[in-house]
Design a protein around this ligand. Structure first.
Ligand code: BDR
Ligand code: CA
Length: 322
């Protein structure tokens, strides 16, 4: 029945598009959604995830709540200034009320039971801070073999968005991100800001989606806070649906072009805390001075895509035309 998927999320306007993209896709077996603190506090991200699944008509998808704060150090601030105080431009309570109870178990417990029950490896798409995923891998090392890929929205090669150097999801819990990306031997795809910004959608794309009605129409109605923030961040009209780009890769492997690089995450307290340090030197140059090299661990980094093709892929599914 298509890609088996678990989404770990902190909705979040772009998370809303990303969850919906998976939830309306007939070729995706959405096993569960787990929530994490991030853009706004955990209580808000959890009710948002449940309402979004109600919007998409998916009472079959279980939701479990996970970490309410980072592993070691506090998150300095949320992204309510980007997403609104409730995470959805102040409009979360205009969505349909949840049609399924919140799971009584926590996010890690739900992930373990879904992974153990799956008859083939499962893709996990973390689109918030990596706290739940670090806890999963730390507490259940044997579960790795049930994971096909972890497709992560996070990091930046050439710039950050929360600080000069750091992207929000990694910056929110750098220790968790380092555990997943550097310390664990599990296949990861990192979808960084450099690519998500290039996939920005313009007002015409949004207006057409609004006119399509249904799920896509409802999602465009939630973008008010984003529409205030992104023209300033981008320097042009449009919004960036970061998490949707990562979920597109999770459900359609290869839609993004990737390159394999060594990676580290800055967990120090200098100006680069939370930065993803991706070693893009040529392998031969690295080999000349191995002592100056990042850890051995490598990840697939998404570097390019057919930009219009990606936008059409997302549009067609959210508008119901595919
Ligand atoms: C990431 O941070 C959050 O604000 C978004 O939901 C996305 O996951 C982009 O940096
Ligand atoms: Ca997110």
């Amino acid at each position: 029945m298509g890609t088996k998927l678990i989404i770990d999320t902190d909705p979040g306007i772009d998370d809303a598009f990303a969850i919906s993209l998976a939830a309306v896709s007939a070729d995706v077996d959405l096993l569960g959604v787990t929530t994490v603190f991030g853009n706004v506090p955990l209580s808000a991200t959890t009710i948002n995830a449940r309402r979004l699944l109600a919007l998409c008509g998916r009472p079959d998808v279980p939701v479990a709540a996970g970490a309410e704060r980072p592993l070691v150090h506090p998150q300095p601030f949320t992204a309510a200034y980007v997403h609104g105080a409730d995470g959805l431009s102040g409009l979360s309570d205009t969505l349909p009320e949840p049609t399924r109870e919140l799971e009584s178990v926590d996010a890690v417990t739900l992930m373990v039971s879904l992974l153990e029950a799956a008859d083939e490896p499962v893709t996990i798409a973390p689109i918030g801070p990596l706290t739940n995923i670090a806890l999963l891998l730390a507490a259940h090392p044997g579960i790795r073999e049930k994971i096909a890929r972890i497709v992560i929205m996070g990091g930046g090669l050439d710039f950050g968005n929360t600080t000069t150097a750091a992207e929000f999801n990694i910056w929110s819990d750098p220790e968790a991100a380092r555990r997943v990306l550097v310390e664990e031997n599990v296949p990861c795809v990192l979808v960084p800001l450099d690519l998500t910004h290039r996939c920005a959608v313009d007002y015409e794309w949004l207006e057409k989606l609004a006119a399509s009605g249904g799920v896509g129409g409802a999602l465009t109605g939630l973008t008010g806070s984003y529409l205030k923030h992104y023209p300033k961040a981008l320097g042009r009209e449009g919004i960036v649906l970061h998490d949707t780009v990562a979920v597109a890769e999770a459900i359609s492997p290869g839609i993004l072009k990737t390159e394999r690089y060594p990676i580290d995450v800055d967990t120090t307290f200098g100006p680069s805390r939370g930065a993803t340090v991706v070693d893009r030197r040529r392998a031969q140059a690295r080999a000349e001075h191995p002592e100056g090299t990042t850890p051995d661990n490598t990840v697939e980094v998404a570097v390019d895509t057919d930009l219009d093709g990606l936008r059409a892929f997302v549009f067609d599914r959210l508008s119901g035309s595919r």
